[in-house]
Write a protein that binds this ligand. Structure first.
Ligand code: ZN
Length: 202
């Protein structure tokens, strides 16, 4: 079974579609704004004494302006996200040093950050490394939520990767909003999205 053959309820499919569309729209709107800004300011800009002399600075300014939307629209993350279901082969926690203010790193503002990666074997047998979440390191933090052998599900655009309940489980996490919900329910009591049938074996 391939991911696109995953038998997802229509509203979850729609959630993934809309999540895909949003960053693309934001990106396009940002680029249109950048083009308008360029058209409105270029004559003035290239006529200033300094830029007229060093045109390359003007070019660089506009190139940066056109590149910025790539970083602020979330379009790069959008292309790396994917809906998947699979079995955890391995869990990897990567701890890195981070700073409250990245432009002025000092020892005082330094802290550790944990990023959880799962190596997930999908239905085709392919194993892919997937970033699940990144969080500031704290005492007594539960980093062992995911274990090898867990079946996990992630829907495109959601912040959450959830463990698919086993037949003995009565509760499950909603794949859209992350809240814990009774697997016998048809819809999530918080966000209203359908709980996939493979959650309860319905
Ligand atoms: Zn929900």
């Amino acid at each position: 079974m391939k991911n696109n053959e995953l038998n997802l309820p229509a509203d979850l499919k729609k959630f993934a579609r809309v999540s895909k569309l949003k960053p693309v729209l934001v990106f396009v709107l940002c680029e249109i704004t950048a083009v308008l800004f360029f058209l409105l300011t270029k004559d003035f800009m290239y006529n200033t004494e300094y830029i007229a002399k060093y045109k390359i600075i003007g070019h660089a300014f506009y190139v940066i302006l056109f590149i910025i939307p790539l970083f602020i629209s979330g379009i790069r993350q959008a292309f790396s996200d994917k809906t998947y279901i699979g079995t955890v082969e391995k869990v990897k926690v990567s701890t890195t040093q981070d700073y409250q203010r990245s432009f002025k790193p000092t020892i005082d503002t330094g802290y550790k950050r944990n990023t959880i990666y799962l190596f997930v074997r999908d239905q085709n047998g392919d194993v892919e490394k997937r970033k699940v979440y990144t969080t500031r390191s704290m005492d007594n933090q539960e980093l062992d939520y995911f274990k090898a052998g867990d079946k996990v599900f992630h829907i495109y655009g959601s912040k959450y990767t959830v463990i698919v309940p086993t037949p003995s489980d009565t509760m499950a996490q909603c794949a859209v909003c992350g809240i814990t919900t009774d697997i016998k329910e048809e819809y999530c009591h918080k966000c209203g999205y359908t709980l996939p049938s493979f959650f309860s074996g319905k």
